[in-house]
Design a binder for this molecule. Structure first.
Ligand SMILES: Cc1cc2nc3c(=O)[nH]c(=O)nc-3n(C[C@H](O)[C@H](O)[C@H](O)COP(=O)(O)OP(=O)(O)OC[C@H]3O[C@@H](n4cnc5c(N)ncnc54)[C@H](O)[C@@H]3O)c2cc1C
Length: 414
């Protein structure tokens, strides 16, 4: 029977980064996916490595909620039929959106975010992938003074953590991004963020680095995971593979494996779409921009300008309903000269989310040798490599670089 020290299930940015960190510590590691590295959720994000993130998106206030309910919100869409099943998750999300809880979330997530850029830069250098990273930060644009003023608390907190957020007036932002139209009033330049011009290529480069370290990539279905002869076993296209330790990094698909094992965690998905557009004429963007009130981002990618949407609450596998584009496109075209779409179809992904907007990183309750790294919500690209470091330290018994307790699965099972 083939045997390896560790099997990593899922080759998204999280699983691939974890596999690299484990291989670097001298373990024999197999990285198993049913597709290619980085082709899941990690394919289609906005490409922002936002190490300065503080507050997660919060449950909307009643005014915003009314717009959502009436399906007039550009930020949020939902499938009515999914709501009964989502109700407990939404209630927990609303509770975690209270101001005191948001500040607590910012505090406990800080160590992971604080290391995010440095860990990516190290991996990117090792993987020869620096050309995909650009160090221009990102811009949040506010069309009204009211929306800008609502950020005051976050800016104060940023200052208290020593994070660099530069408030700008319209001209200041236009000096950074001259192709934008001045349809906004204020902006904040989060200067330390790094943007990625091709998230798929970045994950593939990290996967190549894993292979160069002696790691083995295999094709297989994670749902075949079971215990046999005192080990964990997964069926792969190369035959069954055993390991003493398994790390589950399946992002939005994690429950497919955990539920049958009796490990029930409150994972839901916030779906999101993207589409690439060719810019008109010579128009270009140097960094991603968020149109705050409209909830979409425009990001410069190798494929064109990537327009990514906010959130859709729906079953993970329900057919795509990209209605948000209809609500967003007029605002996006007003802001930036978007030309023709670069492809015929929209891309749909599913952000894996826990209601407290923290990932689960650590051991699986009641399952010896099973480890978890998923649920990174809006920040899986950002947090993949720092998660990789933390889980590799935990799995090898090294001193973890931060307190892992806030990310423990037991917070849901106690
Ligand atoms: C529109 C949008 C914009 C975003 N923007 C950003 C951003 O700017 N910055 C940021 O940090 N994050 C962003 N995110 C979030 C980020 O993309 C995700 O958090 C991240 O990609 C999750 O990575 P992952 O490795 O956990 O999951 P995935 O990338 O989904 O990887 C899971 C892997 O598991 C595999 N798999 C699933 N089931 C099986 C099975 N049965 N057998 C074998 N393999 C299986 C899949 O094939 C996949 O490769 C965005 C997300 C969306 C949707």
């Amino acid at each position: 029977m083939a045997h390896t020290d560790v099997i990593v299930l899922g080759a998204g940015i999280v699983g691939t980064s974890c596999a690299v960190h484990l291989a670097k510590r001298g373990l024999s590691v197999a990285l198993i996916d049913r597709g290619g590295a980085g082709e899941g959720t990690s394919y289609g994000n906005t490409g922002i490595i936002t190490g300065e993130t503080l507050f997660p998106p919060a449950f909307p206030d009643w005014r915003a909620l009314l717009r959502v309910a009436l399906k007039r919100s550009p930020q949020v869409n939902y499938h009515l039929g999914s709501l009964p099943r989502l109700a407990p998750w939404l209630a927990a999300f609303a509770a975690a959106s209270r101001p005191s809880r948001l500040i607590e979330t910012a505090r406990v997530m800080r160590p992971l975010f604080a290391r995010a850029v440095a860990e990516h830069e190290t991996l990117a250098v090792e993987a020869g992938a620096e050309r995909y990273l650009s160090r221009g930060g990102w811009l949040k644009l506010y069309r009204s003074d009211e929306a800008f003023a609502a950020q005051a608390r976050e800016l104060e907190l940023a200052a208290s953590y020593g994070l660099d957020a530069v408030p700008l007036d319209r001209d200041g932002a236009l000096a950074l991004e001259p192709a934008l139209a001045g349809v906004f009033r204020r902006a904040v330049h989060w200067t330390a963020a790094v943007s990625v011009s091709n998230p798929l290529a970045l994950t593939r480069a990290y996967a190549a680095r894993f292979a160069a370290l002696g790691g083995v990539a295999l094709s297989g279905d994670a749902r075949t995971l079971h215990r046999a002869d005192g080990h964990w076993r997964v069926e792969t296209e190369a035959g069954p593979l055993d390991a003493g330790d398994v790390l589950l990094a399946l992002g939005p698909w994690a429950s497919d494996v955990l539920d049958p094992l009796g490990v029930r965690l409150p994972l839901a998905v916030k779906r999101g779409y993207h589409r690439h557009f060719r810019p008109r004429g010579n128009a270009a963007l140097s960094r991603p921009v968020l149109d705050a009130e409209n909830g979409y981002c425009l990001a410069p990618m190798e494929q064109g300008i990537r327009l990514t949407t906010g959130v859709e609450f729906a079953a993970r596998d329900a057919p795509p309903t990209p209605v948000q584009f209809g609500r967003l496109l007029p605002a996006a075209r007003q802001l930036f000269p978007l030309g023709e779409p670069a492809e015929a179809k929209t891309w749909l992904g599913a952000r894996p989310c826990f209601p407290d907007s923290r990932p689960v990183i650590g051991s699986a309750p009641g399952q010896r040798g099973l480890w978890l790294a998923f649920g990174h919500a809006h920040w899986g690209l950002t947090l993949g490599p720092s998660t990789g470091r933390l889980i590799a330290e935990l799995m090898t018994g090294a001193t973890p670089f931060c307190d892992p307790q806030p990310y423990a699965a037991e917070r849901f099972t106690r």
